[in-house]
Design a protein around this ligand. Structure first.
Ligand code: SF4
Length: 370
């Protein structure tokens, strides 16, 4: 089912994330002649995704009269940047607020040769992974395709990276690893991915767009059919009884069914397996050897993530020596196991922390005002 962008309180919709056919239907409904639809829709998409237009008035190659008509139905309004934090290590985090007041986090993580934008797909989350701060928040709602893409548009605004064709851009990769389970918001996520990898859209290569999932097996198969971008799996345990605790979705699709879905996923590139290092929980030598056994026939890379503690978290991070020993066993098994450098620890970078902090401040202010 094609994604639809919801109407704003003013009855307008965002053209961001609309498929070309849907945009042309909107233009036709506004009186644009049939013979002009293709030209006008590509002009509008160019302004949205290459020039980063934030107002229809900027679209100077569209007749003024048409821009006025479009202004009655379309809005290019960006989400509000409620808070921006810049870490000493270059990581930048934004708390974005949408028209209905809901907020999500977006994080830019620059590296030597690339810069990844971590994008959210839901407000809160459908799931409740025990090590994840967002997992303590109930699902409020799914993001629309426009809201998922707006995080990239805002990041480009803040990083000064328009036009999108200019050389030396730092935002080179997009990872759907923020708040929410992307595959439980499938239609909107797919529509957003289509624009991300469309050469006439945001123009990212499929290799540089990653969907991270906790293991929604049927949707992994569907994504493989619809648009096989890069895949990351939130694995975090090698035994079902433990993964049932850490990633409750495992009770529906266990490790064996999840890895079978990975074997079916139609990309030759390596699949990334995320593995958070929890002291005395999932970090033993036996766990490392079992991880190698499970992944021996899958093109894989394992990202070892030192746990980023958040207030009230029921876990501690494994020691550096333990993490290095774990990595050595996995590497000796022929699987790359880079240890992720914790980023932005000075700016509440852990998923969900900034939103919680903002909510706490809002409640305190409201209580003080009462
Ligand atoms: S790890 Fe992902 S899927 Fe699990 S609770 Fe956190 S945001 Fe949701």
């Amino acid at each position: 089912m094609p994604a639809r962008n919801p109407e704003t309180p003013s009855g307008k919709i965002s053209p961001v994330g609309l498929e070309t056919s849907a945009l042309e239907r909107e233009l036709a409904a506004l009186g644009v002649p049939e013979r002009q639809l293709r030209m006008r829709s590509s002009q509008i998409r160019h302004w949205l995704y290459v020039r980063g237009a934030r107002d229809l008035a900027e679209m100077t190659d569209l007749p003024l009269a048409l821009r006025e008509v479009l202004g009655g139905r379309l809005t290019l309004e960006r989400p509000t940047v409620v808070c921006e934090q810049c870490s000493a290590d270059g990581t930048r985090k934004w708390l974005l607020q949408f028209a209905d007041g809901q907020k999500v986090e977006t994080v830019f993580i620059p590296e030597e040769d690339r810069g990844a934008l971590c994008v959210s797909s839901q407000v809160g989350c459908t799931l409740s992974c025990r090590f994840c701060h967002t997992g303590t928040m109930p699902l409020v709602r799914n993001l629309s395709a426009a809201e998922i893409l707006a995080q990239i548009l805002v990041a480009r605004d803040r990083l000064g990276e328009w036009p999108a064709t200019r050389p030396g851009r730092r935002l080179t990769n997009v990872v759907l690893m923020g708040m929410g389970e992307p595959l439980f918001n499938y239609d909107n996520v797919l529509a957003a991915l289509r624009v991300m990898v469309d050469p006439d859209g945001l123009g990212f290569s499929k290799r540089r767009v990653t969907v991270s999932t906790s293991g929604v097996v049927p949707k992994i198969d569907q994504l493989g059919r619809d648009l096989p971008v890069a895949l990351a799996i939130s694995l975090h345990a090698v035994r079902d009884e433990l993964r049932d605790q850490l990633v409750p979705l495992n009770r529906k699709w266990n490790i064996a069914s999840l890895l079978d879905a990975c074997r079916r996923y139609p990309i030759r590139r390596r699949i990334t397996f995320e593995y958070v290092m929890l002291r005395g929980v999932n970090d033993s030598d036996a766990d490392a050897r079992e991880l190698v056994r499970l992944l021996h026939d899958i093109p894989a890379k394992v990202n070892l993530i030192p746990f980023n503690p958040w207030p009230g978290a029921p876990f501690e991070c494994s020691s550096n020596n333990r993490i290095r020993a774990f990595a050595a066993i996995v590497e000796a098994g022929g699987i790359a196991a880079p240890i992720r450098t914790p980023r932005g620890r000075d700016i509440l970078a852990a998923c969900g922390q900034l939103r919680t902090e903002a909510e706490r401040r809002r409640r305190t202010a409201a209580a003080a005002a009462a």
